[in-house]
Every structure is written in C-alpha cells, then in structure tokens.
Design a protein around this ligand. Structure first.
Ligand code: HBI
Ligand code: FE
Length: 294
C-alpha cells in the first residue's frame, strides 16, 4: 500500500513506529537485482556529478562509506554522519506525513526510504527512494551549516504546523523544494548543483546547468515562498545561492512576520515567471516543452 491520496497507511510494516520510523534497514532483504540497480544508478550519476556538483557536495560524498559496489549500510553511514554533524538516518517505508518528517529533521534525523526503485523505474519515480535519499541528500548532511539549515527548517516547519495555517506550510515546502531538492550554488564564475532532486537525476543534472531553457535567478527567500513549482518534470526556474552559509543565515530569523506579510500580499508566481525585482542570472528561453514524465 504505502503513501496514497487518502493518506499514509503502511500495513506491510506492522513494526513501523508512531513516528513512521522502522526498526532497521532490512539489509538482508535486498536482492542481487537491488544491488545491481544501485550500482547502475551510482555509476551513472558519478560520471555526471564530478563535473556539475558543488565542491561541498563532492568533498562530502567522498568522505562517506558509499560506493558503487553495493547498497550502503545505514549504520556505517550513521557512524560518519553522527561524528560530522550529529545527524543520523531513520529508515522509513517511503513518503511520510509532513509533521513526522519535519519533526525528524528538527531532531537531526533524516528519513530515508529503505527500498530502492525497480529497474523498470530507473529514470522516474513519484516518491523518493533509497538512491535519491542516500546519494542526493545524505552527503550535504555531513556539512554542519547545511545540517543546521535542515534542522532549522524542521523546527520552523513544526512551528508553522502549530500556527495551523496551511499556507505557511506551502511557503516552507516551496523553500525546501527550491533549495534542498533543486538548489544551485555559485562557485566563482560558475554555477554548480547542491539540490538532491537534481543530483539524483541523470537528465536534470545537465539540464539545470547547461540548458538555455530554464531561468536561473539569485536566491530570494520571500520570492521563492511565493513561487509555485513543478512536481513531475524539470524545473522552469532554478534559484542560486551564494553559499550554504547564506542559506543557514536566512533561517536565523522569526518567520512569523514573513508569513503574515506574504499572506496579506497573497502573491503567487508561476514556475517560469520573472519579476522586476529578480536578480536574473540567466533568462530562460522556455524552449524545453514540458512533457509529462513517465
Ligand atoms: N517524506 N520520506 C519523506 N521524504 C521527504 O522528502 C518528504 C516526506 N514527507 C513530506 C515532505 N518530504 C515534504 O512535504 C516536505 O516539504 C516537508
Ligand atoms: Fe528529496
């Protein structure tokens, strides 16, 4: 069953905790085919990220016990991760409700889907799998500034949840989407990738950096909070930060006045829109026509 439109029921996981965490990774349940899929995805992405990923990400990736041989063991990753930033991985059945997800982040735990996609779904899947979470998200969690951004995001998200206004969670999920999942970062005169959704996708690694089609705009938190995003295709706009530290600094303020201001302005920008106050680094041609990914 798993995540469905009606909610998050996981009858196949009777030992799942109330926080949607699982007691273990079930490492022995991985088949040779699962390990072969991991090898295929890892080798394919490693060829790409060497050139396109941020220096921070690459440096962090090489410090982790993660290779193309076999699916990594969470307990081995946790040893390095906990020493580096105080974080650890929590095995989960897949997508979990926003509040438990945010609460895990707030307590320095990253929910990682324990299953890996089947070969038939190599290029596209609706929800995060083991490869997306481990290869895309985990390396940056070894970097304190980024890990602290993620914990602050979780705290802010749980606080927004308490405020009881759906719109505040929408503002935050846009911020998460355009940074943690699809964020770009300046490195000298180049633009590189740090977003997990891009780093774990073969096509979007090249598209987000080399294609003329999407906009690339300097990071602006309140603008991002008002900007819709696309779920099942490449992004039409990428937001570019100056540094991971900049991202962390943005969270060191009370978001409540920001929510109130944005709620009043009720502005909502489309995914490809550019407005006069944007610092546009690249104005996209829009030549890539959205196709519903398989
Ligand atoms: N659950 N396992 C998992 N992984 C996610 O990335 C995730 C989630 N639940 C909710 C969610 N992301 C988003 O709604 C965040 O913006 C909170
Ligand atoms: Fe993700």
């Amino acid at each position: 069953m798993g995540y469905s439109e009606t909610g998050y029921d996981y009858p196949d996981y009777p030992d799942m905790r109330a926080d949607f965490g699982l007691p273990e990774q079930y490492y022995d349940r991985y088949t040779e085919e699962d390990h072969a899929v991991w090898r295929h995805l890892y080798d394919r992405q490693m060829k790409l990220v060497q050139h396109y990923a941020s220096h921070d990400y690459l440096e962090a990736l090489h410090k982790l016990p993660m290779s193309g041989d076999r699916i990594p063991r969470f307990e081995e990753l946790n040893e390095v991760l906990y020493k580096a930033s105080g974080w650890e991985l929590v095995p989960v059945p897949g997508l979990i409700p926003a509040l438990p997800f945010l609460t895990h982040l707030a307590t320095k735990a990253f929910p990682v889907t324990h299953w890996i996609r089947p070969r038939a779904r190599l290029d596209y899947l609706q929800e995060p799998d083991l490869f997306h979470d481990l290869f895309g998200h985990v390396p940056l969690l070894t970097i304190p500034h980024f890990a602290n951004y993620m914990a602050a995001y979780g705290c802010g998200g749980a606080r927004a949840f308490r405020m009881g206004n759906e719109q505040y969670l929408t503002f935050l999920s846009r911020l998460y989407w355009y940074t943690v999942e699809f964020g770009l970062i300046k490195e000298g005169d180049k633009i590189k990738i740090y977003g997990a959704g891009i780093l774990s996708s073969p096509g979007e690694v090249v598209f987000s950096i080399d294609s003329d089609s999407p906009n690339r705009i300097a990071f602006n938190m309140e603008r991002i909070m008002q900007t819709d995003y696309i779920i099942s295709d490449y992004q039409q706009t990428y937001w570019v930060i100056d540094s991971i530290e900049q991202l962390f600094q943005e969270t060191q303020q009370d978001f409540k006045p920001i929510y109130k201001r944005l709620e009043k302005s009720a502005h909502q920008y489309g995914p490809a829109e550019i407005i006069s106050s944007d610092t546009v680094l690249h104005k996209g041609t829009g030549s890539y026509h959205l196709q519903k990914a398989g």
